[in-house]
Ligand binder design. Sequence first.
Ligand code: SAH
Length: 320
Amino acid sequence: MRHGYVIPGKVYLIGAGPGDPELLTLKAARLLRVADAILHDDLVSEEILALAPPGARVQNVGKRCGKDSISQEEIERRMIDYARAGLTVVRLKGGDPLVFGRAGEEMDALARAGVEFEIVPGVTAVLGAAAAAQVALTDRRLASKLLLVSNHHSRDKADSAWVQLADEDTTLAVYMPGQNVAARVEELVRGGLAPDTPCAVISCATRREQKVARMTLGEVALAPTLGAPALLVIGAVAAERAMAAPDWAVEKIAAKAKPEADAEDKSEIALASAAAFESRAEMLFAEEISGEVAGDVAEESAENPFDAKAAERNISISES
Ligand code: SAH
């Protein structure tokens, strides 16, 4: 209760994880339950937002929805205004707030305004993706480095920065692979990475509609579409677990996938070893999730063989 004067509030920059509400930290869940205002990104699921107390102002400030997009300055202004009004403010971001999440700008703005803030880490997308695809990111037999890169920032650059990223001993986690991923792949190959380097594309990791597709680096350029959000893992480790997958699992998944497969569907991607996995994966390297794409993905997932796979793996996230 506040009488006459306002006790300044505080802003919590919180990571919501890759989607599965159970991957939320206990601290994040506790703070969400007491928040007065929640400013969240598009990628944050309904199940997580449901933790907000009744009466909390819950606002989608995601920049991916096109027409209703809110400027970065406006987001910062709201955080500052709410905190100054004495509210407990949660700025909720997908994954971890400090990984490709504009938290740097937000921390600067809060510090300039003299608003107290705290960072609550979350499970970043590559960790959810690696778990989904059973990829040991730094399997010591195959890679000693893990590099988190985003294809987003390099889009307008004329230089070929990715040539220098080519390294057999490095696992590359590509956030926001985007539609121009072919150009980046070409740079990696020019830098000396073999076109048959294994890759995994993980879409909607840890969510009900999770999909995993495996291919070589050369095939990534040709890969048609992937449901957003998607993350690309490049490196020898990306194939490791698939090769070791027990036969029964391969057969089971292949049997489920076969009736769905359409030979004429150019979006078919050979998954894992040989043609053991088949997918009519509608996979779109769209780094920005749009309402339309999200809707399409949700519809697709209803019949997608990957759903069966997800169910087998006990991913129990209800539809949002
Ligand atoms: N702060 C976030 C990243 C924001 S950038 C984090 O730490 O994860 C958004 C990108 O993250 C997406 O374009 C996609 O590449 C990746 N991403 C987020 N959630 C994902 C998910 N559930 N599955 C796959 N990729 C995801």
